[in-house]
Design a protein around this ligand. Structure first.
Ligand SMILES: Cc1ncc(COP(=O)(O)O)c(C=O)c1O
Length: 425
């Protein structure tokens, strides 16, 4: 007899998957994808409206024709040269046009590589070792930052990974997110040993936490005062919250920025960039090493250029942001009608809902939310054809493919899911 795909997956992959967030904690087996188009995923559970959007990597919708055409055009010319290309220069110039804090940039392959190399560069520049990160922020899966991390690490209850040398973890000081006083104290205490502060300027890996602008300003002030660098990790927010990212919206200028996700239009890419005097310390110009066979991969660069061209029209943002606003409003209404205390947080095309009273301004607020109810709602929505992001510690993302009709479909499904949730109470 043919073995079931899940049995096969479990026999070859630890936990049956290649990334923890794909294993759905509350369901006996993960979804198996067959294809995707626009706002929809085609899976072994049928057609689903996708509100996870590849954890934010997709902003135009799946299988977008402009991106597909650009990728095919590149494939027809060969797909790897390990040489400089004109297109990667063009992509860097486009990024610089929109993100004014970036003078020079290095393309890598993932957000993880971007943050790892940005931190190494900050250490090389300042000749200091200690970094500050924030509770619940996730910057990828490398040793410097896998301490009190969010995203899958929070969902699975392993915020600090085994296997990280204590000597390395000691160099990462963790501070509560969105807490100005705690941050100022920590920055002053670390003082002249502080190489960098790395932060998600809008936190998208512990649900969605929107910081106070004073918090971001304090990061700028204190890093300047102690001679450390400020790194904005905009792997999620870059080109998601608008062309200039969170830094454009909040008006706070970091020394270095990391990018990924939307930038590659669903193909693997990462980037870190910022002040020219800092970036020029990178090899071969300087002594801080980064290299990669696949850096600035031509296919990802082609996809990135196509995505930016679409985003520059402004239309994708209008559709995606309006869809998120409408769904957020619908969730609040439905929750209220069926007697649930729910907080909904939204910024542009990102939103998350929490089963709790009051507000959500810190990771502790998220921890106090009823995770069980979120997972139950997730399951009920799934049965009605809507794939919400699979954990209260992740974020829902809409895209330019989430048109009015799709939004109506989502609202009907969520209304029904809340109704059933209320009957199960
Ligand atoms: C803010 C942030 N930084 C870094 C990363 C790591 O990116 P990647 O998964 O491409 O390695 C993520 C991934 O979710 C992220 O959300």
């Amino acid at each position: 007899m043919l073995m079931d795909i899940w049995e096969r997956a479990r026999s070859v992959f630890p936990g049956g998957v290649n990334s923890p967030a794909r294993a759905l904690k509350h369901l006996p087996r993960p979804l198996v994808a067959k294809g995707a188009e626009g706002a929809y995923l085609f899976t072994d559970k049928g057609r689903l409206v996708d509100l996870c959007s590849a954890f934010g990597a997709i902003i135009l919708g799946h299988n977008h024709p402009r991106v597909r055409e650009a990728v095919i055009r590149q494939l027809e010319r060969g797909w790897i040269y390990a040489l400089l290309t004109e297109e990667e220069v063009e992509l860097a110039e486009a990024i610089k046009r929109h993100v004014s804090s970036i003078s020079k940039i290095r393309f890598v392959n993932t957000g993880t590589e971007a943050t790892m190399n940005a931190i190494r560069l900050a250490r090389g520049y300042t000749k200091r070792d200690v970094i500050i990160k924030f509770d619940g922020n996730f910057h990828g899966s490398h040793d410097y930052v896998l301490v009190k991390a969010g995203s899958g690490a929070a969902t699975w209850g392993v915020p600090t990974s085994a296997g990280i040398p204590a000597e390395v973890a000691k160099l990462t000081v963790v501070v509560p997110y969105n807490d100005v006083e705690a941050f100022r104290r920590a920055a002053r205490e670390v003082g002249d040993r502080l190489a960098a502060v790395i932060v998600e300027p809008v936190a998208g890996n512990f649900g969605l936490i929107i910081p106070d602008v004073e918090f971001l300003k304090a990061l700028r002030e204190e890093t300047e005062a102690v001679g450390a660098l400020l790194i904005f990790d905009e792997v999620i927010t870059g080109f998601r919250l608008g062309l200039s990212g969170a830094q454009g919206l909040f008006g706070v200028r970091p020394d270095l920025t990391t990018l990924g996700k939307v930038l590659g239009g669903g193909f693997p890419i990462g980037a870190f960039g910022g002040r020219a005097d800092v970036m020029d310390l990178l090899a071969p110009a300087g002594p801080v090493y980064n290299a990669g066979t696949y850096n600035a991969h031509p296919v990802s660069v082609a996809a990135g250029l196509a995505v930016l061209k679409e985003l520059e029209t402004g239309v994708p943002y209008e559709i995606a942001d309006a869809a998120a606003a409408k769904i957020a409003e619908g969730v609040e209404d439905a929750a209220g009608r069926y007697g649930f205390d729910v907080v909904v947080k939204r910024m542009a095309s990102m939103f998350q809902l929490y089963f709790k009273k009051g507000d959500v301004k810190t990771p502790d607020d998220v921890r106090q939310s009823d995770e069980r109810l979120y997972l139950k709602l997730h399951e009920l929505a799934l049965r009605r054809g809507v794939y919400l992001t699979p954990s209260q510690y992740e974020v829902n993302f809409t895209t330019a493919a989430h048109t009015k009709d799709v939004v109506e479909e989502v609202l009907r499904a969520l209304e029904d899911a809340f109704k059933e949730l209320s009957l199960q109470r």
